[in-house]
Design a protein around this ligand. Sequence first.
Ligand code: NAD
Length: 365
Amino acid sequence: MTRQLKIAVLPGDGIGPEVMAEALRVLDAIERRYDCRIERTFAHIGGIAIDLEGKALPQTTIDICRASDAVLLGSVGGPQWEHLPPMEQPERGGLLPMRKLFNLYANLRPAIVFPSLTGASSLKEEILGAGLDILVVRELTGGLYMSQPKGIEGSPPNRVGVDTLRYSEMEIERIARVAFEAARKRRKNLVSVDKANVLASSVLWREILSRLGKEEYADVALSHMYVDNASMQLIRNPRQFDVILCENMFGDILSDEASALTGSLGMVPSASLAAGSFGVYEPAGGTAPDIAGQGIANPIAQILSASLMLRYSFSMNEAADAIDAAVARALDAGYRTGDIFFGRPGEKKVATAEMGTAIINCLGQ
Ligand code: NAD
């Protein structure tokens, strides 16, 4: 029987609609190959939602997401909305409430350097070796960014700025399980990043990770690394990493650092997961206002986000593997959007839609 999947599609602003169109064409091809029907309901988020519905995350969009099994999101924001009060802007008024509302506590960011793109990375080829494949798992709803109390207290000149880093055992354990499970499906190596020499929350974090590792995930090699060392090791010897687990702020910084190794933000997808199978899938980059509307953006981050959606929300690992392999084949064949084009022999500079077509053609192989 044909499997029915229900997704909300939120293209957002800037290059969002351009790259989303290609991801949806790839999903069309997946429907044909894997006997499933992916029902899509479109909704607004970000700047376009402000313009058309008066706020960055309208109730209609929330309702559509709630009625879906997963959300495929573009990116939001742009200079035309920067004059608005911060809490009404596309990111703070759209994305952040979405994370909170749907309790998206686990953020997964794969940083993959495809073998044919090693020359595009910020690191030398001899350090990268043949390709690189790291997964950063970031806790997204607690830690230094979200804990209370928070704010600026008192009056000048004696004001105090306060942020709090608090994690409960439950919060640590549930994100640790996501990281252990991900490592189990990969190369079974987990590095948990903390600052246990200074932070009490890190001492608890380390204790819980060690217990879970011993009692339930003995098949995964677990090690602990201080965050300052981890940021150095990522550029010194990135090949030592498989899965990296971090609290919210450490993960924000390290996942961007890992993304930089891939050569272009246009290559990096992300998944934000809630308990169960619901997730929001989006490119790690923004709306690229400098190239929006020209049809030249790299659609790969959005296409790989669709692949993550099939893998994590629908357990369609074979279809997700097929998309990832098709992206690798299109790159091997020399197809390059402007952000990853270096004019080397064999490279063909293509527009957004041509890259989408190249990937779809490779899906059949
Ligand atoms: P950006 O990621 O949009 O762009 C940074 C650089 O990367 C630009 O040169 C851009 O052209 C390039 N780039 C990004 N994605 C690309 C792609 N798919 N193909 C080719 N090149 C690509 O970051 P920014 O310029 O700092 O931000 C622009 C807007 O996006 C801002 O309004 C910002 O708030 C927003 N933003 C949104 C998100 C999100 O929705 N999750 C994330 C980051 C930034």
